[in-house]
Design a protein around this ligand. Sequence first.
Ligand SMILES: *[C@@H]1O[C@H](CO)[C@@H](O)[C@H](O)[C@H]1NC(C)=O
Ligand SMILES: *[C@@H]1O[C@H](CO)[C@@H](O)[C@H](O)[C@H]1NC(C)=O
Ligand SMILES: *[C@@H]1O[C@H](CO)[C@@H](O)[C@H](O)[C@H]1NC(C)=O
Ligand SMILES: *[C@@H]1O[C@H](CO)[C@@H](O)[C@H](O)[C@H]1NC(C)=O
Ligand SMILES: *[C@@H]1O[C@H](CO)[C@@H](O)[C@H](O)[C@H]1NC(C)=O
Ligand SMILES: *[C@@H]1O[C@H](CO)[C@@H](O)[C@H](O)[C@H]1NC(C)=O
Length: 402
Amino acid sequence: PESKLELHIYSIVLLFCLHRSFSCELSINGDSASQIVILLSQIRVNSIAVVRMKSNTNDSYDQQDWFQNFSFGEAEAASGVEQVRVGQALYKAASLFNHSCLPNIHAYFISRTLLLRTTEFVSGGCPLELSYGPQVGQWDCKDRLRFLEEEYFFRCWCCGCSEVNESDLVISGFCCVNPNCSGVVLDNLVANCEKQKPKVPETISNESHLQVHELKDIDIKKVAQISLDQTQSSFHFDSGYCLKCGSYCNFASRSKEVKKAWTDFRRLQDSIASKDTCSTNLPDALRSLGLLRSILHAYNKGIAEAEDILAKAFCFIGDFEPARDHCKASIEILEKLYGPNHIAIGYELAKLASIQLALGDCTAVYIIDRLSAIFSTYYGPHAGIIFPYLLVLERERSRIIQ
Ligand SMILES: *[C@@H]1O[C@H](CO)[C@@H](O)[C@H](O)[C@H]1NC(C)=O
Ligand SMILES: *[C@@H]1O[C@H](CO)[C@@H](O)[C@H](O)[C@H]1NC(C)=O
Ligand SMILES: *[C@@H]1O[C@H](CO)[C@@H](O)[C@H](O)[C@H]1NC(C)=O
Ligand SMILES: *[C@@H]1O[C@H](CO)[C@@H](O)[C@H](O)[C@H]1NC(C)=O
Ligand SMILES: *[C@@H]1O[C@H](CO)[C@@H](O)[C@H](O)[C@H]1NC(C)=O
Ligand SMILES: *[C@@H]1O[C@H](CO)[C@@H](O)[C@H](O)[C@H]1NC(C)=O
């Protein structure tokens, strides 16, 4: 059920049905209707979506053929993180796990069986936490909080949502107007969300005992000058000002330019989708990439997305060298946002490896080693079942090594 109204309608219908079948035990009144509403809501928040990887690649595909007929489209379909929901079920034990936007366990399905693996070393006494959907690197903090609030009715206090993180600062940030400054400029909504993180006042206070914290935040220091001197504490989280040097930038006009640049990428995507190879959209999109890079922060996720679209476009016209460069540029940003060993990076590395193989580039071996390691962390012995394309890449890898 989507809305509260729907939920009430469903529960009344269900109540009537139940009443017809077991008329003596159930009465139709407000109390029983609201009890059913509560039950339905409980089922909803505790159930888990059963997903399957959507993948076009056939395991038994002849690999030789595959590389001759190489198209990034296939690699992308195979490496796309796209998951299809095939059901919704209650898992008694798994529903006990709490959520974190920086989870240390990963859930996946083999048919209907839910499997859970830790993705990092977890010391004794530390809670095992699962993501209910949103993760750091995927969305910024305000979007994660809103999703969890709407779908699961709680305010997330995980370490991703209660501590300032480089990823959340830069993911939708703008760059500083000062060309020598690596600082980030936040919009209003993001700035407000960051201000509300309880650990912010602590990090930006001027007390010396926070030295330890400062060292941990070395990455953050590259984009924001928090946790330092007296005079510049609260002003730093204001929107429109660079968090590092304090320069002001005119937000409204820059946002408009970004929007305009995106229309070029949408057009390019459309022309790829309609298999229009001789289009003039590519030079336009390249120009717009330059524009995005001059306005958005270097680690803004939008740039990664734009680079990815360009990589796809160059693959599409069979020009693999620029495709490789754009693909690498996209991965570089995503590594900043997700961390280098996240499964999202694994899927992107699969694209990069495909392009390298198409170019006959032997460094594909290292990329395949890296993505194999990521997949085995997240899927253990099931990596090849979940992601059959991995087996194609691993076969190519051993062929190169011989
Ligand atoms: C996979 O390949 C096999 C043999 O080439 C073929 O029989 C089968 O239909 C293919 N499956 C899919 C889903 O394409
Ligand atoms: C590759 O392309 C050739 C001719 O273009 C075609 O005959 C063959 O079936 C294709 N193979 C695959 C696996 O798509
Ligand atoms: C989940 O969080 C609640 C509240 O913080 C805590 O009481 C509970 O023990 C946690 N459950 C697990 C399985 O970690
Ligand atoms: C940026 O740095 C270069 C060399 O480090 C310097 O010459 C230039 O004046 C600086 N520009 C600004 C605006 O600070
Ligand atoms: C900085 O420290 C001084 C003295 O310890 C204190 O009075 C002042 O309020 C502090 N400033 C901030 C911004 O925390
Ligand atoms: C910040 O997020 C990254 C993932 O993007 C994670 O690896 C890192 O541990 C986080 N840092 C903190 C202090 O939570």
